[in-house]
Design a protein around this ligand. Sequence first.
Ligand code: NAD
Length: 283
Amino acid sequence: MEIKTIMVIGAGQMGSGIAQVAAQSGFTTILHDVNKEAVQRGLQGIQKSLAKFVEKGKLSAEEMEATLGRLQPCDDMAAAADCQIAIEAVVENMNVKANIFRELDRLAPADAILASNTSSLPITEIAAVTSRPEQVIGMHFMNPVPLMKLVEIIRGLATSDETYETIEALSRHLGKTPATCRDVPGFISNRVLQVMINEAVWCLYEGVATAEDIDMIMKLGMNHPMGPLALADLIGLDTVLAILEVLQAGYGDPKYRPCPLLRQYVKAGWLGRKSGRGFYRYG
Ligand code: NAD
């Protein structure tokens, strides 16, 4: 299959990052969101990120202009008719994702591949709402997408070898290293990561140490580039909570029980960097 156009659904931090990398790699890239402002914010974020690459000499001004020229903002799902690959990156909620995959299945060409950037939700279940489960796959990028090298590829029960091979090759074309995982709750990345983040929140909740000291211990002690609480703020605390709930429901194991402090922060609207406040304050 020749891939010319990629559609990204959801223009939040992940969707805009994926769209940036796709456009930088030469693909016509349609960036869609239900919220028009989110698309504009996404495009502004892309512009800022590309300008930083230019500043650092990693991208020429012409390449930046060409990349921006390949990006098509959009608020109509019907644009899916023009894509060979659709990558969904909306909120971590099964009902919302299922509705989008029903729409994509109806609107995208019959041979198009439908990928989800979900952090934890079952690809098999997402695929089952479509008439083409063999062409549905998990393509889990890491945050921030333009900088992080990994794509975790998740094969649903019905994902065909052909779909897998296309997405593996596409990941490399996007400059990423693919790693493959079976369709289990949280896959590998979040099954391991979120337990650590949740434990750090429990430490804060129990007053064992300050947020700064918890993060310092993991940074300087374990050589992690960011502490778990700062990383949770980057991911978004609503997303962290949603993933832990998927892990808890999927494995039925109390070790995934989200810390009450995390729930409280999400209820307060303290979602991390994207809302200006989480475990730390921003802006
Ligand atoms: P975000 O809150 O930054 O963005 C979500 C976007 O989805 C918003 O712009 C919202 O308007 C849009 N949206 C909601 N419903 C929609 C619909 N029906 N149609 C189109 N757009 C819709 O969230 P994010 O951090 O970008 O996360 C998006 C997905 O990526 C989630 O599934 C998340 O689990 C996954 N993910 C997140 C991270 C991370 O570090 N944040 C990392 C990897 C994967």
